[in-house]
Design a binder for this molecule. Structure first.
Ligand code: ADP
Length: 723
């Protein structure tokens, strides 16, 4: 508590005043004791005021003590703040020596206070940076503060990067220049900075070296950065907006909406896109890529990354591959259709060719197919197949060759293929004006080495694609097949004619020969009857030879007649049960079987075949007859007839236990007059097996023999299974 009248005094002043007052009181006490007697009221009053004053002083004293305590507490707190501050704090004097340093500062230097205090600060700074430190303090002197990044060199420890921040202190810090320097350890920040720099370098290397074309754009689609691959892919100028203010690449690939997508999505794949050339120095390209938004802070997209992969090469290979496989597919189809044509039943050209033309026409996707004969300037349609019959085209129609496209084929002697007439150099050809055919493919047909005519396919509409090598090869092969069919037809016709003539000749010859033979034979008989007893032994023997000769000759002629008769009547083949056939053949051979002491047995059931019963009886009669005839003297003949079936055939065997046949003759015995024995040993004309072969041929079957000489022979007959 202070009196209103008293102004506040300092502690020392108060203390001085107090001791002054004490001295005064002591003096007064001494005076009082010496003059005890008459204490005046004035004295009493003075004493009282003194007491009041003393009380005041005591109160003031107490106040001072408290103030002192508070100052000490504050001072201690500041000291603590200084000492325990996490930043290193130095007080530096005018010589740049350390006056004081807190705990963190000593920690940074790795030294105790007595090794720091009084030492120049530069002792604790990396040698190479002492100049910077001098600058730092110079700046403090000139402008009152300075901040510098430095390396401190703690004892026994690696250097510590710090931010040194110094401020000049006021005069209250004692005489001379002082500054407060804080040092903050930035090891962690430095490490992060390095890591960040490294990571940025890595990213930059990836960005620059990436084979992917990468561009970074701002949210308004303005290119910010483009890597080398980008410039390589899209060319100069692709790293900035075009003069029209549009993104040049996105405009070129028609993908400007990508930016909006990129801005609104988490990332978007750009499917394979075809970039057509946009200028002279540009190539066609295929790209595939992504667009990603970059959200630097919060949700707003700050940048976009556009990534393009150049897939032109891959796409080209893919397209080439697709083209190849399409070609292969067409080649396969060509072969399939040619196979189908080749497999047409071997009928006459007039049946096969229109069918083949139909298959070819459908395969090529054209309206009309024609086989034409060309003689001079005459062009005759021989066979045709049309998607829809048109009056102007019929087999036998004749055109003037120069008015047809086939004239071009005849000139070139090779394939002529025009897929779109109006756009071809042949648009002015009279055939176009005459027939209006828009697509045409034609080739010459050669028969027996000579150009016979043309094979052609055509349509009134353009062909959907250009005819390729596969189409040309297809029509070439088809023309060869057509030529072969026509040749075959001609050969067949020639052969049938010569066969008919031959058969006619054989029939007439054998028939007519029998007459004079019968005459010879009857006159020889007459001679024998009338003059037999008048003639000598020799003459009778001669007559008998002549008779035998005539009989053999007659048998020969009968056999030949029989041979030539097979198939002459050309009755259609019908179902014939072979069991019945064999029964009839055996009945015809009744006496022969009995005389030979032979046995003929049928093993199991015989099949039904499509055939001519009479011819088949003759076939089995010959085979069984031979089996009985060519027996071994000591063993009576045993003939076994058996049957088996394959998937498409009936197989019948006629086996005997006779003399057998040497393998060298397995084929020859089926020829006319081919015999392995003289008539005196085994009777015969050598025509029997030739008849058998002819019968089997007529039945579209086969006959062959297997045998072990001396043990027996087996004749095999193969009939096609009845349809
Ligand atoms: P041939 O009138 O001579 O019997 P073929 O044409 O029937 O005339 O037979 C031709 C030849 O085949 C016969 O001369 C004979 O040598 C031989 N041959 C035919 N069948 C048999 C058989 N079953 N065993 C042995 N040889 C046979």
């Amino acid at each position: 508590m202070t009196n209103q009248g008293h102004s506040k005094k300092t502690k020392t002043e108060l203390e001085a005043e107090l001791s002054e007052l004490r001295r005064e009181v002591e003096f007064l006490r001494a005076r009082a004791s010496s003059a005890m007697v008459g204490i005046s009221p004035a004295f009493t009053e003075t004493l009282h005021s003194l007491q009041v004053h003393q009380e005041e002083l005591r109160a003031q004293n107490e106040e001072l003590r408290q103030a002192q305590e508070s100052v000490e507490r504050v001072s201690l707190r500041y000291r603590d703040l200084f000492e325990y501050s996490p930043a290193g704090i130095f007080i530096i004097d005018e010589n740049h020596a350390v006056l004081d340093a807190n705990i963190a500062a000593m920690g940074l230097l790795g030294r105790t206070k007595n090794r720091v205090a009084g030492k120049p600060f530069l002792l604790f700074v990396d040698k190479g940076q002492r100049g910077e430190l001098d600058n730092h303090f110079l700046r403090v002197r000139s402008s009152g503060r300075a901040t510098t990044e430095l390396l401190l060199t703690p004892d026994q420890h690696p250097p510590v990067p710090v931010i040194l921040e110094s401020v000049r202190l006021g005069d209250g810090w004692g005489g001379g220049w002082r500054c407060l320097t804080t040092a903050i350890d930035i090891t962690e920040r430095k490490r992060m900075e390095i890591a960040l720099r490294e990571s940025e370098m890595r990213l930059r290397a990836i960005f620059e070296q990436s084979p992917l074309a990468i561009q970074i754009l701002d949210a308004k689609a303005v290119p910010l950065m483009s890597n080398r691959s980008w410039l390589r892919l899209w060319g100069p100028g692709s790293d900035k907006l075009g003069p029209d203010g549009r993104h040049p690449v996105l405009r070129r690939i028609g993908a400007e909406d990508l930016l909006a997508i990129g801005l609104s999505s988490a990332g978007h794949e750009i499917p394979a896109t075809h970039a057509v050339p946009d200028g002279e120095d540009q190539d066609e390209r295929w790209v595939h890529g992504y667009v990603y938004p970059i959200r630097a802070s919060g949700q707003a997209v700050s940048e976009l990354v556009l990534v393009h992969e150049d897939i032109t090469e891959r796409k080209r290979i893919e397209l080439a591959l697709a083209e190849r496989s399409e070609m292969l597919r067409r080649q396969y189809e060509n072969l399939r259709v040619l196979g189908e044509i080749a497999a047409l039943p071997p009928s006459e050209a007039s049946q096969r060719l229109p069918e083949a033309l139909g298959l070819g026409r459908r395969h090529l996707g054209l309206f009309l197919g024609m086989v034409s004969r060309v003689e001079g300037s005459r062009f005759t349609v021989e066979h045709h197949s049309a998607a829809m019959e048109v009056g102007a085209i019929a087999d036998g129609t004749v055109f003037d060759l120069p008015t047809t496209y086939c004239a071009l084929v005849m000139d070139s002697e090779d394939v002529i293929a025009i897929s779109h007439m109006a756009r071809s150099p042949f648009a002015t050809h009279p055939a176009y004006a005459n027939h209006g055919l828009e697509s045409y493919i034609g080739v010459p047909i050669r028969v027996r080495g000579r150009v016979y005519g043309t094979l052609s396919f055509s349509s009134t509409t353009p062909h959907p694609r250009a005819f390729d090598d596969g189409d040309k090869e297809f029509i070439r092969l088809l023309a060869r097949w057509v030529g072969a069919v026509m040749e075959e037809d001609a050969v067949r016709r020639d052969l049938a004619q010569s066969n008919a003539e031959l058969e006619q000749f054989a029939y007439v010859a054998s028939h007519d020969l029998r007459q004079p033979l019968r005459q010879v034979s009857s006159y020889v008989s007459l001679l024998k009857r009338r003059y037999g007893d008048k003639l000598g032994e020799d003459a009778r023997e001669f007559i008998s030879f002549a008779h035998e000769g005539a009989v053999r000759m007659d048998r020969l002629i009968v056999d030949l007649l029989e041979f030539s008769r097979i198939g002459r009547d050309a009755k259609p083949l019908g179902p014939v049960p072979l069991t019945e056939v064999v029964r009839l053949a055996m009945a015809n051979l009744g006496t022969t079987i009995t005389e030979s002491n032979g046995v003929v047995k049928v093993d199991g059931h015989l099949p039904m075949v499509k055939g001519d019963a009479q011819d088949l009886v003759r076939l089995f009669q010959n085979l069984i007859g031979n089996a009985l005839k060519y027996s071994r003297p000591a063993s009576p003949p045993v003939v076994t007839i058996a049957a088996g079936s394959g998937p498409m055939t009936h197989l019948v065997t006629v086996a005997d236990n006779g003399i057998g046949i040497a393998p060298d003759y397995f084929d020859t015995i089926f020829g006319v007059f081919k015999r392995l024995h003289t008539p005196d040993k085994y009777e015969g004309t050598g025509i029997g097996l030739a008849i058998c072969k002819k019968v089997m041929d007529r039945h579209h079957g086969r006959i062959w023999v297997s045998s072990l000489p001396g043990e027996g022979s087996t004749f095999h007959l193969e009939f096609p299974a009845a349809q």
